[in-house]
Design a protein. Structure first.
Length: 508
């Protein structure tokens, strides 16, 4: 697969370009993103689906600009897909042939089921969703759904419910507001009855601009502490009245809902569709996704030799961080030494912690990333590591996991808790007692690993005494360990190889 791959997605409402750079076999990151509100489907839904000149012109100019960007970034592979507006258009073939002739760009028009599949593939690999879930991608012309059960995409379906479609068919009419709303609801309900009965789930993933805009508004209104939309979750019942108020609002009153102005033109239509679908499939909880069709297209290329799944031990965000920031100790065997130390300590302290090792995964990932801050400078390396993790841990982690991993990276030092950060993100973190223990285990594991040369360790904890035994000297670690804050009062005794081979000769 090419080192840099460009994906162009032509939707009914917007055209988007993303460029991904591979950093290793499973590592990648986004290096460019551009968007143009081409509205290629504008006017089409009242003209039997035919693309109209105004939308065609905007699409041509956007695609031409995208190709300049692709050339600038030297992406070696370009994949261009088109969705609802083009698959509905009787003149789509004329448009795609014209683009091929003038821009030398191949456009692949995909059907709704394929569009739903790509979105679900991105969700499966890049969201921490491990149970039955329905992915809902609301676009300008269609809403594409995928049913995931036991980690597999078992079915997909496409409904002719899109924001632009609804806008042109109902909301742009000069009827009474009440008539518009009732007619639109009836149209949606009729379309929903086509959905197979097994499309039921208490958990839904919201993909696309409408779902993102609603999540951002909820985060803003609830003073959510973490500025990261991907993997944000909320209760549908709690925010159902909020959604209904938006869908029934006048255009002038939309500003009071904490929505971004650039979403005003289709947010009422999108929210109405989203609400009705969520109700119909029995949703209780919603997870927000910043990935969708474009990421699915990319992963379909990246993972075709792996059954379209990352290996269990691989997280693409962690892999990309390690690839790009190149920590000083990169040998996998040496990284695992720290993790084994932490595992042993976590085991022996269970009598005090009592959490059944609920945070073993987060501790594992933090230790894997423990050296990333040193890439920038060894001074305040733990602070750099915290910010790198906060920004770059995007895929496969919940917000609680991201916060805990990041805070463990930040806690490397004498103190186990950074009070200001703990207070700011407290709602996303374990209780202070458990966090202190995790921080102690993380820090002690790092200190022992950095101050020893592949020493073999054993630990015991009895009668409030932690005994550390090593077959090599731990002279440099002793002073730091002595100064390390502890979660509860207990003694630390270190038994190491501190013999002096020249002691007799020197008279010591």
């Amino acid at each position: 697969m090419a080192k840099r791959t460009a994906i162009i997605d032509i939707g009914s409402n917007s055209a988007r370009l993303v460029i991904y750079e591979k950093t290793s076999r499973y590592g990648f990151h986004l290096i460019c993103e551009q968007k143009s509100k081409v509205r290629i489907g504008e006017g089409a839904y009242e003209k039997n689906g035919y693309l109209q000149p105004i939308g065609i012109r905007r699409a041509y100019l956007a695609l031409k600009s995208f190709l300049y960007t692709i050339d600038k970034y030297q992406a070696k592979k370009t994949i261009c897909i088109a969705t609802s507006a083009l698959r509905d258009a009787p003149n789509a073939q004329i448009f795609t042939s014209w683009i091929k002739e003038n821009l030398n760009l191949n456009i692949k028009v995909i059907d709704g089921k394929k569009e739903a599949y790509y979105g679900a593939l991105a969700v499966l690999n890049l969201l921490p969703v491990h149970q039955n879930v329905i992915c809902i991608d609301i676009g300008g012309g269609s809403s594409d759904l995928a049913l995931i059960q036991k980690g597999k995409i078992v079915d997909t379906y496409s409904l002719n419910l899109g924001t632009v479609r609804l806008k042109e068919l109902f909301f742009d009419k000069h009827d009474k507001k009440s008539h518009i709303y009732l007619n639109a609801k009836a149209y949606i309900q009729k379309e929903l009855q086509k959905l197979p009965q097994h499309f039921k789930s208490h958990l839904a993933v919201g993909i696309g601009g409408t779902a993102r805009a609603l999540s951002k508004a909820i985060m803003k209104r609830s003073n959510y502490p973490l500025d990261k939309l991907h993997a944000f979750n909320y209760s549908f019942d709690e925010y159902r009245p909020f959604f209904e108020a938006i869908s029934q609002s006048s255009a002038k009153n939309l500003k009071k809902f904490s929505l971004k102005k650039n979403r005003f033109d289709t947010i009422r239509e999108g929210t109405l569709i989203f609400t009705k679908i969520l109700t119909y499939i029995g949703t209780e909880e919603i997870v927000s996704s910043e990935v969708g069709v474009r990421e699915g297209v990319f992963l379909h290329q990246l993972l075709h030799q792996n059954g379209y799944h990352f290996p269990l031990e691989i997280n693409p965000s962690v892999r990309s961080i390690l690839d790009r920031f190149k920590p000083q100790i990169t040998i996998e065997k040496k990284r695992k030494v720290k993790q084994k130390l932490a595992q042993s300590l976590y085991d022996i302290f269970q009598s005090e912690i009592g959490d059944n090792k609920a945070y073993a995964s987060e501790l594992f990932w933090a230790l894997k990333l423990s050296n990333i801050g040193k890439t920038l400078t060894i001074y305040k390396a733990h602070q750099h590591a915290f910010y790198i993790a906060m920004q770059e841990l995007n895929y496969g982690f919940t917000h609680r996991q991201i916060m805990l991993i990041s805070l463990l990276l930040r806690m490397h030092g004498k103190e186990l808790l950074h009070t200001d950060l703990y207070e700011k993100y407290q709602t996303l973190l374990p209780e202070k007692r458990i966090l202190s223990w995790l921080s102690f285990i993380y820090t002690l594991s790092v200190l022992l690993h950095e101050s020893s040369n592949s020493a073999k360790f054993s630990f015991s904890f009895q009668n409030k005494i932690l005994s550390i035994r090593a077959d090599k000297p731990l002279y440099l670690a002793k002073e730091k360990i002595k100064a390390l804050e502890k979660p509860i009062p207990f003694a630390i005794i270190i038994h190491d190889d501190s013999s002096l081979p020249l002691s007799n000769a020197l008279g010591i």
